[in-house]
Design a protein around this ligand. Structure first.
Ligand SMILES: NC(=O)c1ccc[n+]([C@@H]2O[C@H](COP(=O)([O-])OP(=O)(O)OC[C@H]3O[C@@H](n4cnc5c(N)ncnc54)[C@H](OP(=O)(O)O)[C@@H]3O)[C@@H](O)[C@H]2O)c1
Length: 222
């Protein structure tokens, strides 16, 4: 019998993170789930430990096997490119470094479609730089998920995303073959794929495009 694992999650209060946290709490592979939060989540569970942290000064985090990072913001919400970078690069790499120092083996990151350190688009460039920094860390495995538009019910209204979601509802079904990676994807499916991949015990760096994430999620029984 394989030993029960501990999961560490950052961004557990967000759209993808909420699903990821629920799945981790229900998954038999984990007997403990530690959520790094800036404000407590309205949730109690015997497996769950919430730890309030200051992501600007993240020194140490508890030991865990698998780290799930669903943390991120938008340039609009952050207020500036600099603040966006602080979160989407600084906080993510900070969590990755701290968890590795505490003995974590696997790091699973929600990045974004189009991420690339050489991208001409600031958002995609930051995402790419973050990916590169995380992949350079000596984890047993780093799994990067690059979803297209995330679908799901958000508390907060994001006009651009709402319009894109409406467009996907109209044309999404014709986006097949090479276009499949541009289709919107349920945030719950991204979370499902992350949790599934963490059980594979593969090593090295892996990047999953949106259509591949969809395939992994579809192969997982509910
Ligand atoms: N939206 C899309 O269509 C889309 C598409 C592709 C990729 N992505 C990327 O996918 C990832 C997950 O997206 P999502 O929409 O699921 O996330 P989300 O709902 O926006 O949630 C983001 C999470 O990050 C945390 N966070 C944000 N700013 C923070 C800060 N300054 N300090 C500490 N924590 C902070 C939030 O904490 P609180 O819970 O405390 O607020 C929340 O838990 C992000 O990296 C995003 O860039 C998004």
């Amino acid at each position: 019998m394989t030993e029960a694992k501990t999961a560490l999650i950052a961004g557990a209060g967000g759209l993808t993170g909420t699903f990821c946290l629920q799945m981790l709490l229900q998954h038999p592979a984990y007997n403990a789930v530690i959520a790094l939060v800036r404000k407590p989540l309205p949730l109690q569970h015997p497996k769950l430990q919430q730890i309030r942290v200051d992501f600007d000064n993240l020194q140490t985090v508890p030991a865990a096997d698998d780290v799930f990072c669903c943390l991120g913001t938008t340039i609009k919400k952050a207020g500036s490119q600099e603040n966006f970078r602080k979160v989407d690069y600084g906080y993510v790499v900070g969590v990755a470094r701290a968890a590795l120092a505490s003995g974590a083996k696997r790091f699973l990151l929600v990045s974004s479609m189009g991420a690339g350190a050489k991208s001409g688009i600031f958002y995609s460039r930051v995402k790419g730089e973050t990916e590169d920094a995380v992949m350079q860390l000596p984890y047993e495995a780093v799994h990067i998920f690059r979803p297209s538009l995330l679908l799901g019910n958000r508390q907060e209204h994001r006009l651009g995303e709402s319009l894109a979601m409406a467009a996907f509802k109209v044309v999404g079904f014709v986006m097949v073959g090479p276009l499949a990676k541009y289709r919107g994807i349920l945030a719950s499916d991204v979370a499902k794929a992350m949790v599934a991949v963490a059980q594979q015990n593969t090593t090295g760096n892996h990047i999953y495009l949106s259509d591949e994430i969809q395939q992994i999620a579809s192969s997982v029984a509910d």
